[in-house]
Write a protein that binds this ligand. Sequence first.
Ligand SMILES: N[C@@H]1[C@@H](O)[C@H](O)[C@@H](COP(=O)(O)O)O[C@@H]1O
Length: 245
Amino acid sequence: MKIIIVDDYKAMSKKAAIIIANQIILKPNSVLGLATGSTPLGTYNELVELHKEGIIDFSQVTTFNLDEYYDLSPDNTNSYHYYMMNNLFQYINIDLENTNIPNGITEDIDKECESYDQKIIQAGGLDLQLLGIGANGHIGFNEPNIKFESKTHLVGLDEKTINDNSRFFENKELVPKKAITMGIKNIMQARSILLLASGIDKADAIEKTVHGSITPKVPASVLQLHPNATLIIDKLAASKLKTLS
Ligand SMILES: N[C@@H]1[C@@H](O)[C@H](O)[C@@H](COP(=O)(O)O)O[C@@H]1O
């Protein structure tokens, strides 16, 4: 696991965008795994800027999002479909046909999950998977005690996650209790992984991810096993790492 500690959120976002830009420049038809939440917003802004400056061309890029809330339609402002369109896709020259997000309003969950896994394989696998991290160590929506061999599936969300994500909703009752998420196996099959974390709220999860035992209790700890995983974290998120004390 490579760890890059930067001063703040802005520096984290710039560094992440540079790594993603480099991936696209080296391989214009890259397959990117994308994340949502507040953490990657700055990275997406930086990517939009790099695109505007003519540095990155998304025309051949394919994307797969990690997850989507169950039972939220794509036009719901809290859906991850809406998030991606609003924060990235509408500002870049990506072919929307090449963007993939689990369908949260599918009538056949098993079929949806299976076909999502198939589509990733057909696209040649993920070149780079971008990740945030939940305060309980979740990645995507793979909550504590998830099986490491899991593929795309429907999950029940932890009380902690529902509470954390309620800030985006009018009230906690409106936060979906379930989501469709890529599994740990999909994430670990990516050729490279970039995990971002910023702020003191993530310090415990980062400490456990880096120094803790590899356990489904802290899903992100599985990244210790990945041959090409990079953590870009700001000083606050890194503040509980042994190397700093
Ligand atoms: N499914 C997403 C995760 O992919 C994200 O990493 C996490 C942290 O979000 P934030 O970046 O807002 O702290 O939130 C959600 O649960």
